[in-house]
Design a protein around this ligand. Structure first.
Ligand code: TUI
Length: 309
């Protein structure tokens, strides 16, 4: 499937793996890139030396194929990571949770393709003016830090507002989601949750089990009182946080305190008592753990069949 995104990035399939904090490391990123998509390493808030090693490992594993790094702009390491991607000649950068405007000129000068993730038309327009090569329009169905608008509503509005290509994200886990995104005017998709249940994804087995066992109603948003809403899998912990926020028994400061380190506890320890298992609302559709190559090839074979009808 050739689109403006396969052309822009030099990849076989117009699919970007989500830059999931604590999850997206070199094994997953290189598997996605080697399967013909664009694999991403998540900056998250990891130490810079660790990220340098992750970038070098990925570069070696993909043997010249493109890959990228996601810079989480709320993270304290964002400034250092913004420099590191230039030093390490990373071909593609995506950004999340903020406005990457202040880094844009330096990245463009270094020849980096820049793709900000945005939750609104206003931000999309600002990113285009700042020199972005494409944007990811991310609906509220996504896992992790989210905006308010749905993928179905956001994507066509961003497509209408911009000249640069738009990549759809949020709620896409099979070929139907890809075909629908193309119908909405997107030139590609970003997929996170489906790759949580990939063989190459290095998260704790408890996390993968939660994804595979999730039903359609097993997704919950926490953090609304802090201004940073986050979609998780329903667990006792996430339900307790959400109800505490609702009845006021957990203040925003207490919320920040309770959830400090909770992503790491989910990903590395599979800790159901204190971990935040970030995950999109589409998890209910995911029932099988398999290699990235099979996931991507099946998704695109189904999408092409649908689009050719
Ligand atoms: O960034 C994400 N998803 C994430 S980041 C993350 S780690 C985290 N840790 C603690 C609290 C919250 C998150 C987990 N998931 N997706 C991309 C995304 N970007 N969604 C929404 C936005 C966004 C929000 C505001 C982008 C720009 C923006 O701009 C505000 C401004 O500065 O004008």
């Amino acid at each position: 499937m050739n689109t403006k995104i396969t052309e822009l990035l030099g990849i076989k399939y117009p699919i970007i793996q989500g830059g999931m904090a604590w999850v997206a490391e070199s094994t997953l990123a290189s598997a996605v890139s080697n399967a013909g998509g664009l694999g991403l390493i998540a900056g998250g808030s990891a130490p810079i030396d660790y990220l340098r090693e992750q970038i070098r490992k990925t570069k070696e594993a993909v043997n010249g194929k493109p890959f990228g790094v996601n810079v989480m702009l709320m993270s304290p390491n964002a400034e250092d990571l913004a420099k590191l991607v230039i030093e390490e000649e990373v071909p593609v950068v995506t950004t999340g949770a903020g406005n990457p405007g202040k880094y844009m000129d330096a990245w463009k000068e270094a020849g980096i393709k820049v793709i900000p993730v945005i939750p609104s038309v206003a931000l999309a327009k600002r990113m285009e003016r700042a020199g972005a090569d494409a944007v990811v329009a991310e609906g509220t169905e996504s896992g992790g830090h989210i905006g308010e608008n749905t993928t179905m509503c956001l994507v066509p509005q961003v497509v209408d507002a911009l000249e640069i290509p738009v990549i759809a994200a949020g709620g896409i886990a099979d070929g139907r989601g890809i075909a629908a995104s193309i119908m909405l005017g997107a030139e590609g998709v970003q997929v996170g949750t489906r790759f949580l249940a990939a063989d190459e994804c290095q998260i704790h087995s408890t996390y993968k089990e939660l994804v595979v066992k999730a039903k359609d109603t097993d997704s919950i948003v926490t953090g609304r009182t802090t201004g940073h809403p986050c979609r998780n899998i329903k667990t006792k912990f996430s339900k307790k946080l959400a109800s505490g926020e609702k009845d006021g028994s957990i203040t925003p400061d207490e919320f920040e305190e309770i959830t400090l380190g909770s992503l790491r506890k989910a990903v590395q320890d599979g800790n159901l008592e204190e971990g935040s298992f970030l995950c999109g609302a589409i998890a209910g559709m995911i029932t099988e753990i398999k290699p990235c190559k099979d996931i991507i090839e099946e998704m695109f074979s189904q999408a092409e069949n649908l689009l050719n009808k």
